[in-house]
Design a protein around this ligand. Sequence first.
Ligand code: SAM
Length: 275
Amino acid sequence: MVWFTEYQTENVGLTIRAKEVKTIKSKYQEIIVLDTQEFGKVLVLDGAIQTTEKDEFMYHEMLVHPALVKHPNPQRVLIIGGGDGGSVREALKHKTVEEVHLCEIDEEVIFVSEKYFPSISSKLRDPKVKIFIEDGNHFLEERKNYYDVIIMDSSDPIGPAEVLFQEKFYKKVKESLKENGIMVAQTESPFLQEEYFKNAVKEIKKVFKYVGIYTGFVPTYPAGMWSYTIASDDINVLENVNEEKLEEIETRYLDKELYKSLFAIPKFVKELVNE
Ligand code: SAM
């Protein structure tokens, strides 16, 4: 047994005891797989927990479903990052979805997920899924006016993911969306990563007409409190419509009641983005 600590900030850490630790070095990052009592298998990239078998549903459902529910007829979906496969699995639950493109910079993350996280990566080889091993920033340049929904399932805004949180990149996202297109991004912890959060929202607001921020609980992410930012130029994403679509899919976190109050977020979070 070994204790693994993720340093979430300079002064705060989350420590989990692991029965086994595997370390793999890829071209881009250090990948660690922990086998733990409490959270099952845990995927760690460059020291930061990305997903765990126990709480991944909380993050993946909240990231993926609101955008797919709000879009009137989502057929083509792009996921940037997300090499573990959890967002792909959730997107495929929507029966209108015909094509899911996954653009992941590091193919090793996909291999590791397929080997150690079968319940998360289960749909990566579905015939509707096409995997591109590319940098999301360049990938979009060749695909204008193509997707109905773009999901930003990236790591923290440092290293290769830094560009994915900037205005220039969100402009490319907008150009790659079709009419009525919606994008959603994981935008970090409003409690422990205040600057990352505020900055991501500020950059998204520069580009899109309608922008909504919602929060959710993910125990292994910094402070356990996570944020998501959804945006569109054509659809007023602030209206929580089409809730009946949620009854057609299997979920464990997001249901109709929670969806109806999606934007009922803590006051301090609203204040951070309205500053
Ligand atoms: N759920 C996670 C979180 O918020 O902690 C994110 C999970 S997912 C594993 C993040 C993925 O984004 C990583 O596998 C990483 O390799 C990928 N990534 C980072 N920068 C990227 C880029 N520029 N283009 C495509 N994928 C990128």
